[in-house]
Design a binder for this molecule. Structure first.
Ligand SMILES: *[C@@H]1O[C@H](CO)[C@@H](O)[C@H](O)[C@H]1NC(C)=O
Ligand SMILES: *[C@@H]1O[C@H](CO)[C@@H](O)[C@H](O)[C@H]1NC(C)=O
Ligand SMILES: *[C@@H]1O[C@H](CO)[C@@H](O)[C@H](O)[C@H]1NC(C)=O
Ligand SMILES: *[C@@H]1O[C@H](CO)[C@@H](O)[C@H](O)[C@H]1NC(C)=O
Ligand SMILES: *[C@@H]1O[C@H](CO)[C@@H](O)[C@H](O)[C@H]1NC(C)=O
Ligand SMILES: *[C@@H]1O[C@H](CO)[C@@H](O)[C@H](O)[C@H]1NC(C)=O
Ligand SMILES: *[C@@H]1O[C@H](CO)[C@@H](O)[C@H](O)[C@H]1NC(C)=O
Ligand SMILES: CC(=O)N[C@H]1CO[C@H](CO)[C@@H](O)[C@@H]1O
Ligand SMILES: [Cu+2]
Length: 574
């Protein structure tokens, strides 16, 4: 039997976006069937949640934002117009942007922000990619409310590698603040200490019955007994990794970060911000109403966070809507069993082309720092440990955002003063990364500040070891690389030891965001065959603000197929 579901959904999606999103097709030339046009207006909208009404930044007034539907191989064109008083950009998270780095989206890395009243047309193709990804704002902390799903169906005539599900549902996990997202970043950085926990966790923007004024602000999936459903789970939360579970039901993971995996079943999963997972759920329990729960995975010491889980319902046809719901059990906030269970189970469905030989072996430490207080008002501005200011770094370098676009400057050879090309391939001094402070001095927790990049020749086969440090606290950091997926060939706890590390070079998962184990390490491999400036950072927004990021500059290769084309004419200026 042919698999019509994706085509049908695509058609429905096409019809609905045409009617709801005011696609300004007339402005553009006649389209091929394989070009998808979207019109994104960055707009503020008043919404009421948790008993309070406030303005939030949205796309087209929608929260979560509109879904971008496409098929593998399609071109996607999104005109983004900024109608808010804030700066904005959109990042297409996980889209590999082959030869289209200009459209990647991180502010001050590949473009200047789209300023109030201006627009920019993002234009990229989805080559060799299918599955679930997400888009989100990439300026300040705007992505707290500016996010949505990207769904890439297989090409016509190509089926999923599993039985077609009865229906598909998108599940976006989020965090919601009553405070304005940009103010939240400013207030956190001004205080020097930890950030404020979210006021609610949300499933598709809805906190569910555990929260005040939210008894009806609940996401529900209606199911028919005996049928199987595909859930496209996306973590778009700002500052926390999350567990997700459905009472009494198994989740069979079939895809991670838009790459098929060998199917395996878990009771609950951990998903980091930036990660996406497709799971199959069979409605194989007695007819009833089952809770879906989302709650935080917090592996750092001394953190404050909200413990109240967000709840949605997985509701069988034939259930009384207001009846009893089976409750879902989440792991404890630092429960690492479910984290390891998922990591251990992830295997690519197909044996991938893992680079077996490597040209550059990089070792990056990732972790937090405490800078000395230089404020005349330490009580107000130095609320970090021991009266210092919290920071974060890679190889002890805290990334300082430039005030120009790195890519634009690199492309026009105008480097001077804005950034350097000396990001180190390894830490300057070895020490017991996980358990010991450098020099055995507990006060040696400072980092160096700078806008440093690392240059890679086109085609370099890179192995990168990511090592968590315990300088302030060990913690699971979700590290995201723009412009590439990478093979996660190994991971473990403690300090990386090349003699003991077991690597999977056969069927490792192929991801764009990896949660490096708390107090541990992960080894990733990729071939640097996409020229441009590619941001790599922790996807916990607060860690990125503190400096846990860097950028790779990948040089052009030979000929047009290995060279980044010139920038589009409407690229925003700083
Ligand atoms: C998108 O990019 C393609 C390839 O560079 C180009 O031919 C096309 O005109 C662009 N479309 C828009 C709307 O910018
Ligand atoms: C509900 O409101 C009360 C009173 O303001 C507050 O103490 C409590 O923490 C709120 N509950 C949640 C889950 O936010
Ligand atoms: C998980 O937590 C337990 C108890 O806290 C600890 O003994 C174990 O080493 C942890 N495992 C990993 C992989 O972090
Ligand atoms: C964590 O909390 C304990 C007890 O309050 C304190 O002694 C320690 O310094 C704190 N550590 C950090 C990294 O803040
Ligand atoms: C922009 O960055 C450059 C180089 O870091 C610096 O000299 C300049 O003062 C900055 N300009 C502004 C307006 O912040
Ligand atoms: C990081 O840099 C600071 C400032 O130069 C230095 O004091 C500290 O020892 C360095 N730490 C490590 C781990 O290299
Ligand atoms: C917006 O971006 C421009 C260009 O980088 C900058 O000059 C301006 O200060 C920014 N405005 C805000 C409110 O961040
Ligand atoms: C000068 C300074 O920062 N001293 C701190 C060194 O670390 C101890 C705790 O490990 C603090 O108590 C000191 O204030
Ligand atoms: Cu982090």
């Amino acid at each position: 039997m042919p698999n019509w579901a994706p085509q049908l959904l695509l058609l429905l999606a096409f019809l609905s976006y045409k009617t709801t999103l005011h696609v300004a097709a007339k402005q553009w030339p006649v389209l091929g069937r394989s070009t998808r046009f979207y019109d994104f207006k960055v707009q503020t909208r008043r919404i009421t949640k948790l008993c309070e009404t406030k303005n939030v930044v949205t796309i087209n007034g929608m929260f979560p934002g509109p879904v971008v539907y496409a098929q593998e191989g399609d071109r996607v064109i999104v005109k983004v117009t900024n109608e808010t008083p804030h700066n904005a950009t959109i990042h297409w998270h996980g889209v590999r942007q082959k030869l289209s780095c200009w459209f990647d989206g991180p502010a001050y890395i590949t473009q200047c922000p789209i300023q109030t009243g201006h627009s920019f047309v993002y234009n990229f193709t989805l080559v060799n990619q299918k599955g679930t990804l997400l888009w989100h704002a990439h300026f300040s902390w705007l992505r707290a409310t500016v996010y949505g799903a990207i769904i890439i169906y297989p090409k016509n005539g190509v089926h999923y590698p599993f039985k077609p599900p009865r229906a598909e549902h998108i599940i976006i996990l989020g965090e919601y603040w009553l405070k304005d997202a940009i103010e939240l970043e400013k207030a956190t950085l001004a205080g020097g200490g930890p950030t404020f926990p979210a006021d609610a966790y949300t499933i598709n923007g809805r906190p569910g019955p555990n929260y005040n004024c939210s008894a009806n602000d609940v996401y529900k999936i209606h199911v028919v007994a005996g049928k199987t459903y595909l859930l496209r789970i996306i973590n778009a939360a700002l500052n926390t990794e999350h567990f997700f579970t459905i009472a009494n039901h198994k989740l069979t993971i079939v895809e991670a970060d838009a790459e098929y995996t060998k199917p395996f079943s878990v009771d609950r999963l951990m998903i980091a911000p930036g990660q996406t997972m497709n799971v199959l759920v069979k409605a194989d329990q007695p007819i009833g109403k089952y809770s879906m729960a989302m709650g935080p995975y917090m592996s750092a010491r001394n953190v404050s966070f909200r413990k109240t889980p967000a709840i949605g319902f997985f509701q069988y046809k034939g259930t009384t809507p207001n009846g009893f719901a089976f409750s879902a059990q989440l792991p404890s906030f630092n429960g690492n069993f479910s984290v390891m269970r998922v990591m251990d189970g992830l295997r690519s469905l197909n044996t991938n082309k893992v680079p077996l030989e490597i040209d550059r072996n990089l070792f990056f430490t990732i972790g937090l720092n405490v800078e000395k207080c230089h404020s005349s008002n330490p009580k107000k501005s130095c609320r970090g440990p021991h009266g210092g200011v919290l920071a974060a770094s890679i190889n002890n370098i805290s990334f300082i955002s430039p005030n120009i676009s790195l890519l634009q400057n690199y492309y026009y050879n105008a480097i001077i003063g804005h950034f350097t090309e000396d990001f180190p391939a390894a830490p300057s001094k070895p020490y017991d990364f996980v358990n010991g402070a450098p020099n055995n001095s507990p006060n040696d927790t400072q980092s160096v500040r700078g806008t440093r990049t690392m240059v890679l020749e086109y085609g370099t086969r890179v192995q990168l070891i990511l090592q968590d440090t315990g300088t302030v606290t060990t913690e699971n950091h979700p590290i995201h690389l723009h412009g590439y997926s990478f093979h996660v060939v190994g991971y473990g706890t403690g300090n990386y030891n090349p003699n003991k590390a077991k690597l999977n070079l056969v069927d490792p998962p192929y991801m764009n965001t990896i949660g490096v184990p708390v107090g541990g390490w992960a080894v990733i491999r990729f071939v640097a065959d996409n020229p441009g400036v590619w941001f790599m950072h922790c996807h916990l927004e607060i860690h990125m603000s503190w400096g846990l990021s860097m950028a790779f500059i990948v040089k052009n290769g030979k000929g047009a197929s290995e060279t980044l084309p010139p920038p589009p004419a409407d690229l925003p200026r700083c």
